[in-house]
Design a protein around this ligand. Structure first.
Ligand code: IPE
Ligand code: IPE
Ligand code: MG
Length: 247
């Protein structure tokens, strides 16, 4: 299947809403945290698959602003898992030339998780392969607000004029910084919603809901399949189909 992918028409930026861990665990009579543990293998597969075909940016919805409202036991379990996973996986990521980044309200994270994350980001900062962005304590509305606050600060300090604010420079203030807009947004688990993810950045993303699988079941083949589906879509960006075909 991988051979069928057209390497000249790859999505530059893939974003994933890794959903369904809890339901997957429940299906086998296990605790929700069991599902989160099994989701790590899927993350590894996704990162490897993206690296193999040459995707430049992958953003994974790892923990949302709203997820802080879950029971403390689950939140603590996820944070512990985060620390352990970064520690275990980063050497391999580094070996594979992956550059790790994060977006979200880092101050909300437990200090151990923050430290582990900062070290991993520092260690991989000069890598030139896939940029892997973990969305942690992230929400699209949080991102837009923090960008607006930064811009307002610049205006107040006289460094920027209100008339100069535009779509291009606004992007630079978003947490995703230099990453291009999302081309392909995948959600597993059966729900058809954005859940406050990359709101601005997904304005023209192709949405792909993979209803038949929960996140812990996601494998390389699913990623390759998703890219193939993306390549069958006609992206019109407001133009007509005829216009797009003639270019
Ligand atoms: C996604 O799976 C992982 C996180 C939100 C951290 P869920 O935990 O939302 O699993 P479901 O949707 O309840 O099955
Ligand atoms: C979205 O999943 C967040 C992550 C995958 C980290 P949720 O399971 O939290 O989304 P909702 O609440 O069902 O919309
Ligand atoms: Mg969910």
């Amino acid at each position: 299947m991988e051979e069928k992918i057209d390497l000249s028409n790859l999505p530059k930026h893939i974003a994933v809403i890794m959903d369904g861990n809890g339901r997957w665990a429940k299906k086998q009579g296990a605790m929700r945290i069991f599902g989160h543990h099994h989701g790590i293998r899927s993350v590894r597969d996704t990162v490897e698959a993206c690296s193999e075909i040459g995707i430049k940016y992958l953003t994974l919805y790892t923990f949302s602003t709203e997820n802080w409202n879950r029971p403390k036991l689950e939140v603590d379990g996820i944070m512990q898992l985060l620390v352990k996973t970064i520690r275990d996986e980063v050497p391999e990521l580094h070996k594979n030339n992956v550059k790790l980044k994060s977006i979200g309200d880092k101050d909300q994270l437990p200090s151990r998780a923050r430290r582990e994350l900062d070290e991993a980001i520092e260690m991989t900062k000069d890598n030139t392969g896939l940029t892997l962005i973990l969305a942690l304590s992230y929400s699209g509305k949080w991102d837009i607000i923090q960008a607006v606050k930064s811009i307002a600060g610049e205006v107040k300090a006289g460094k920027m004029a209100v008339e100069d604010i535009n779509e291009t420079n606004f992007c630079e203030y978003l947490a995703t910084e230099e990453a291009p807009d999302v081309d392909l947004l995948i959600r597993t688990g059966g729900d058809h919603r954005i859940s406050n993810y990359l709101l601005w950045q997904s304005a023209y993303a192709e949405l792909l809901f993979m209803d038949d699988i929960y996140w812990p079941e996601f494998r390389k083949e699913h990623l390759f399949n998703a890219v193939l589906t993306y390549q069958q879509r006609e992206r019109r960006f407001g133009k007509t189909g005829d216009q797009v075909k003639s270019t």
